[in-house]
Design a protein around this ligand. Structure first.
Ligand code: TXA
Ligand code: MG
Length: 327
């Protein structure tokens, strides 16, 4: 792995250009934001997003924050109501993430939003992050650049210690100023505080002219969904899922995996294969987009072929189980 020192552009154009090359190639770049260091990947490249989850270890396919350089770019990802527009105008760029209804034609991979109809968006303030986003010209998903379960990194050295050998490049922009993650506010109905963070609640309430409802843990994918549909952290298809299907019933849709289909696959109303060659990276990348497509097919149920539980298969099976239970 390469570590490139970069304070502020324009003197370090070469470092930014190298990082952009990595993102274009589907690789992983750690970069400073004003809150903590993020681990970035091309948000539209589902396989790059799979690698990002893998690099963090214990992949869980939790929804990620999409980072963009300005409000105009954010509007291509999510729909802003009046409160969201007010908060964005007031606090972006800065340590605030907004959870919004996904915009039509949002280019972010389904996997990066874990199949949800909502998207978390943020415009960071750090000069290096801004230069990187402007130069790449497309949304970058970035969780904190630490191994799963470890502390969020506030220096390039933290990132190096945690992720050396697992990512392609670190942009070293010095210690981060804020030191805690961004505050997350959902603007889906009444604005709700999902995660306290670098922007104080009072500042948000002052800008809104109203108190913020609070749902502790709702921004945490491990917590139980509080208002089903609205803050659900798990994708919930309308069609019933039948897991570990050894055979297909007439009228069912089939979510297949690998070269061998379950018995009676020809009875399926429609078939999508997560990975015909049996590759778990490809399967993870296709998981939520295929589920969504089959859900829209109007079948009586979605039969899901057995998937290996090894490696990424553990996370894929976990998400399928949650999707099956979430209805
Ligand atoms: O300061 C930050 O926000 C840093 C820097 C790198 O931007 N990023 C960060 O990402 O903290 P991460 O992945 O560690 O935390 C993102 C949080 C997770 O708790 C996730 O569940 C939540 O955002 N989240 C993402 N999309 C969501 C959605 N559609 N609805 C509710 N919560 C969401
Ligand atoms: Mg984190």
């Amino acid at each position: 792995m390469i570590v490139l020192q970069t304070r502020v552009a324009p003197s370090e154009r070469a470092a930014i250009a190298a990082a952009v090359e990595v993102l274009i190639a589907g690789g992983l770049v750690a970069f400073p934001t004003e809150t903590v260091y993020g681990l970035g990947a091309d948000a539209a490249n589902a396989e790059a997003v799979v690698r990002l989850y893998e690099a963090k270890g214990r992949p869980a396919f939790n929804p990620l924050i999409s980072h963009v350089p300005d409000i105009a770019a954010a509007r291509r990802l999510g729909r802003f109501d009046a409160a969201a527009a007010r908060l964005a105008e007031r606090f972006w760029p800065g340590p605030l993430t907004l959870v919004l209804p996904k915009a039509p034609n949002c280019p972010v991979a389904e996997l990066a939003t874990a199949g949800l109809d909502t998207i978390a968006v943020r415009v960071p303030q750090h000069a290096v992050a801004r230069d990187l986003l402007a130069a790449f010209g497309k949304p970058v998903v970035a969780p904190s650049a630490n191994r799963s379960g470890h502390l969020s990194p506030t220096t390039a050295q933290h990132v190096f210690a945690d992720l050396d050998g697992r990512i392609d490049l670190i942009l070293d922009g010095g210690p981060t100023l804020v030191g805690v993650e961004s505050t997350i506010v959902a603007c889906l109905a009444e604005p709700v505080l999902l995660r306290p963070g670098g922007l104080a609640r009072v500042d948000i309430e002052q800008a809104l002219g109203q108190p913020l409802a609070e749902h502790p843990g709702a921004g945490d994918a491990a917590a139980a969904p509080i208002a089903p549909g609205q803050f659900a952290s798990h994708y919930a298809p309308r069609t019933r899922l039948r897991l570990d299907a050894q055979s297909v019933n007439a009228g069912e849709a089939l979510l297949a995996f690998g070269p061998t289909l379950p018995a009676a696959a020809e009875q399926a109303a429609c078939v999508l294969n997560l990975s015909p060659r049996g590759d778990l990276i490809e399967a993870a990348a296709n998981l939520f987009s295929h589920l969504r497509a089959l859900d829209a097919a109007g079948a009586s149920a979605i039969a899901v072929a057995p998937l290996p539980r090894t490696g990424l298969g553990e996370a894929i099976n976990d998400r399928l189980t949650r999707a099956a239970a979430a209805r």
